[in-house]
Design a protein around this ligand. Structure first.
Ligand SMILES: CSCCC(=O)C(=O)COP(=O)(O)O
Ligand SMILES: [Zn+2]
Length: 259
């Protein structure tokens, strides 16, 4: 919305998609024509074209779709993104205001930390708070679906994952990347940034031998190891961390973590 409450002109969405594609390219999320971006404004959906260098897209090359996903206008020399049915799933099932697809290396690596896992899990990191409906102590869960030869063939599995994980703001695609949505392009971008941080954190924590899926090490009912040092938990911290209420935690033994 503009300052006077009127809806912004459509050019805003077209220009915003171009701007975000450049930004995502700079982050390594859209290199080699990978990744994609879409914004919904009113009942109109805007999407980037397929198979082009995403960082060089011009506003006139953005496709316009109706709320059912039918193309209204678009450049005749370009094709609509292969991500279109996946973007539409987030608009239809989640009422999203924007959806993006990232080929971030962090997202891809997060899907191979355990190749048999059907979900990515992480807890007790500040950036979890950047994901709608989540707090520091929550277990953030992102479903992982298997990749297919063609992007558009992911749509059925992505739809099923969105339905099965009502709290999720994203779906990971094994050895490929991630789809992230939000109520607005600002929220989609923010959540994508927080998720990317969390994916990278998990990859690095694995390298350091730290379990990213469990709360910090707990030695007793009110003592934890944080940053390599023992620390007495403050009033309420132990309860919030789930001490004594059966929540799984990393336990220190003579052999160190996880023993
Ligand atoms: C080297 S990119 C392969 C296609 C892909 O995974 C992707 O995200 C881009 O799809 P689009 O149709 O939007 O170019
Ligand atoms: Zn892709």
């Amino acid at each position: 919305m503009s300052a006077n409450g009127a809806p912004p002109p459509a050019d805003d969405a077209r220009e915003r998609i171009c701007e975000l594609c450049r930004l995502f390219y700079d982050k390594g999320w859209a290199s080699g024509t990978g990744g994609g971006m879409s914004i919904k404004q009113g009942d109109t959906i805007y999407m980037a074209p397929s198979g082009v260098q995403k960082e060089r897209i011009q506003p006139g090359e953005i496709f316009e779709l109706d709320s059912q996903g039918a193309v209204v206008t678009g450049p005749s020399h370009l094709k609509l993104s292969q991500c279109a049915p996946l973007f539409m799933a987030a608009y239809t099932l989640r009422g999203a205001g924007a959806v993006l697809h990232s080929h971030s290396l962090n997202a891809m690596l997060a899907t191979v930390l355990d190749e048999s896992a059907s979900e990515f899990r992480i807890t007790c990191l500040e950036m979890i708070k950047g994901i709608k409906g989540h707090g520091y102590h929550d277990h953030l869960v992102v479903p992982i679906i298997e990749n297919t030869a063609h992007e558009c063939d992911l749509a059925d599995d992505l739809t099923a994952a969105i339905k099965a994980y009502p709290k999720a703001a994203a779906v990971l695609v094994r050895r490929h990347g991630v789809y992230v949505w939000g109520d607005s392009w600002v929220q989609a971008k923010t959540q994508a940034e927080c998720l990317d941080y969390l994916f990278e954190a998990a990859v690095r924590m694995k390298q350091l031998g730290i379990d990213w899926t469990k709360p910090p090490l707990v030695l007793g009912s009110d003592v934890a190891v944080m940053g390599g040092k023992k620390r007495k938990l403050e009033n309420g911290e132990a309860a919030a961390a789930g001490v004594g209420v059966g929540v799984e935690q990393q336990v220190v033994s003579d052999r160190g973590m996880g023993g």
